[in-house]
Design a protein around this ligand. Structure first.
Ligand SMILES: Nc1ncnc2c1ncn2[C@@H]1O[C@H](COP(=O)(O)OP(=O)(O)OP(=O)(O)O)[C@@H](O)[C@H]1O
Ligand SMILES: [Mg+2]
Length: 374
């Protein structure tokens, strides 16, 4: 849900000062691409020296526990930074670095609705909403895989579960089925076919959660929002520079990070394409992402985990289909819509993608085995 924030430059500059940044002059730009938070680039000059920061106002409707989120982020980025240093690398620009206030916190509560954080701007980078170049997508895959690898020895018990059941697909399905039962705005009749298909595929979308409960798949520290536009890419080289948007980092399954990335970046069409005949899994882009991701995580993942990745893609796609459809049946309360049938179309579009993935599942598995050398 996007909450429009009409910003006032002077006020934003004052917020930056709360993080201990002193300057003589400033210039502010807004980032258009974010859908959740309000993000600003602030260029400052102090005694002739220039520096750039990102200032972000957290959407506290979507993230009701922002302090928990920032405490998690502090630990996770600290862990990655230490690891990079131990490996002889300079962490600057490879992991987000948040500014701390005098009291040691990495956030500023201006008032109940305005929760802020500030971090260093990473220059010469860009984010993409759609994958066009398979080499760049492969780099992004490696970077998301590396993120998990860097955190594979992180003490999980130190993480707060700031979004319980975020990617618990059976719980998401249960919510959808329950909302259809209640049918609060009389729209259930429009999703009967989708409801039937989702029920019919329970054995598919419930598999990973069952394997997790049985201890077959381990919980890992996962990003949980592995969209292509959550990786900063070097504008000149196409290298993936840094994973961003760490609000959703919590314990999860490796397959969920892999799966959500595939759902978003290896579709022939955009996420809300209304013409479902255009929707489908692009195996060339799938292979590009998979080869990067698996090259980074094959050393620490078990064979069962590597084999679960393709099902992760189908599961994440069924899950999002159910979330869009649930919102439609519930009267469009969560996702921002641009026209009355938007959530219905999004749900149908994701369902078409999931069904196309089901047809290609053995090819997806083959690609993954080849990438993993199994
Ligand atoms: N450290 C950084 N250096 C350079 N650019 C950045 C940095 N952090 C964020 N950005 C830019 O700001 C945009 C929004 O950031 P972010 O993904 O954190 O916001 P968001 O509102 O959570 O986004 P969304 O909801 O779309 O995932 C990014 O797409 C990127 O272009
Ligand atoms: Mg983002």
């Amino acid at each position: 849900m996007k909450i429009t924030y009409n910003y006032d430059g002077k006020r934003i500059a004052d917020v930056l000062k709360r993080f201990g940044v002193e300057f003589d002059s400033f210039r502010i730009e807004t980032f258009q691409s974010g859908h959740i938070n309000s993000t600003f680039k602030v260029d400052v000059r102090s005694q002739g020296k220039a520096a750039s920061y990102v200032l972000q106002r957290i959407n506290t409707y979507v993230f009701p526990n922002p302090v928990g989120i920032m405490e998690n982020i502090d630990k996770v980025t600290g862990h990655i930074r230490k690891k990079l240093i131990a490996e002889g690398e300079d962490p600057q620009g490879k992991v987000l670095e948040f500014l701390k206030r005098e009291d040691g916190t990495n956030y500023y509560f201006e008032d109940a609705e305005n929760f802020w954080r500030a971090y260093y701007y990473i220059p010469n980078t860009i984010t993409y909403d759609q994958a066009e170049d398979p080499d760049v997508l492969k780099n992004a895959g490696r970077s998301f895989g590396l993120f998990q690898k860097q955190l594979c020895d992180f003490p999980m018990e130190e993480l707060q579960d700031t979004m319980p059941n975020f990617h618990n697909t059976p719980v998401r399905m249960k919510n959808f089925f329950a909302t259809c039962e209640r049918d609060p705005v009389g729209r259930r009749c429009e999703v009967e076919e989708e409801l039937r298909i989702l029920r019919e595929h329970e054995h598919v979308w419930s598999q990973l959660e069952r394997q997790r409960e049985e201890g077959i798949l381990p919980l890992r520290v996962t990003h949980n929002d592995t969209k292509y536009n959550n990786i900063l890419i070097d504008q000149d080289t196409g290298e993936a520079v840094c994973v961003i948007d760490l609000d959703t980092v919590t314990p999860g399954l490796c397959a969920y990070d892999f799966g959500d990335a595939i759902r978003f970046s290896a579709n022939f069409a955009v996420e809300d394409e209304p013409d479902t005949s255009k929707v489908g899994l692009n195996l060339m882009l799938y292979e590009a992402f998979a080869s990067g991701f698996i090259s980074a995580c094959r050393d620490f993942c078990s064979q069962t985990e590597l084999e679960s990745l393709a099902i992760g893609a189908v599961t994440m796609t069924f899950e999002l289909a159910a979330r869009f459809l649930e919102d439609y049946v519930n009267g469009d309360k969560y996702f921002k819509i641009h026209h009355p049938k938007h959530n219905l179309e999004r749900g149908r579009s994701q369902l078409a993608l999931a069904l196309d993935m089901m047809k290609k599942i053995s090819q997806m598995q083959e690609i993954n085995c080849r990438c993993a050398g199994i």
